[in-house]
Design a protein around this ligand. Structure first.
Ligand code: PGA
Length: 253
């Protein structure tokens, strides 16, 4: 069965103390309230990564990841952080290619292919983000846009490596806007992504990949989104900053 995942991308929010408070609340509530096979991920800013990972160390359903990494292992790249460093503090996931990184830091498909390799090389799980801007959706070319992002950054991987990747579909027009994709729009894209993966790696492998939806996902709409056949969870921004909301989303399967 595909892994169900609800990941909280804190973005540039929460200092160390705020982050530790939120992480402890989530770890405690997840223990009592989140049953079954759902994995929760906390994705804090780098400075809180070690402390949040320590808080989640004994949890059976809360794991930790970072929001980005550099593509090189080490070297003279002032201000950057490698996948190996992230691994060393106890994080197991790395988000790559979030639309904010593509937009504000000019991350290209090629760069994201290199970052994916760097993450896999450390034995960590990449959460690869893709999604179209509003003008692309209005032009009706969203499926080819998204499948091309996946193809350019991930299709060089062997089947064995591709199997380790989690993909998050996040329509840019839905991120932080309060405007969510409808369940039909989410399902249509997720099915198209899975078909595209199947065309390269075969049906059996495509069926194993966890595909998350992201973009204004909250307790009031998570249930209808997670009920879609090809939606295996969510990448949550704003609503992950509140432990009650985040846990309620995780209980929406
Ligand atoms: P949002 O962000 O839930 O605040 O829309 C989602 C994301 O950017 O991952």
């Amino acid at each position: 069965m595909r892994q169900k995942i609800v990941a909280g991308n804190w973005k540039m929010n929460n200092d160390l103390w705020e982050g530790m408070k939120l992480a402890s609340e989530v770890v405690n509530m997840a223990k009592d309230e989140v049953k079954g096979q759902v994995k929760l991920l906390l994705i804090p800013p780098f400075v809180s990564l070690k402390s949040v990972a320590d808080l989640a160390k004994d949890s059976t359903n809360v794991f930790v990841g970072s929001q980005n990494c550099h593509e090189k292992e080490n070297g003279a790249y002032t201000g950057e952080i490698s996948a190996g460093m992230i691994k060393s503090v106890g994080a197991a996931y790395i988000v790559l290619g979030h639309s904010e990184r593509r937009m504000y830091f000019n991350e290209s498909d090629e760069l994201l292919a290199a970052k994916t390799d760097a993450v896999l090389q450390q034995g960590l799980t990449p959460i690869f983000c893709c999604g179209e801007q509003l003008d692309i959706r209005e032009a009706g070319t969203q499926v080819s846009h998204v499948t091309s992002q996946i193809e350019k950054s991930l299709f060089h991987l062997s089947a064995e490596d591709f199997k380790k990747v989690v993909i998050a579909y996040e329509p840019v027009w839905a991120i932080g806007t309060g405007r969510t994709a409808s369940p039909e729009q989410a399902q249509e894209m997720h099915a198209a992504i899975r078909n595209h993966i199947a065309s390269k790696y075969g049906n059996a492998l495509a069926e194993e990949i966890s595909l998350l939806y992201g973009g204004s996902c909250k307790p009031s709409n998570a249930q209808e989104l997670f009920a879609c056949k090809d939606v295996d969870g969510g990448l949550i921004g704003g609503a992950s900053l509140n432990s009650r909301d985040f846990i309620d989303i995780a209980k929406s399967f």
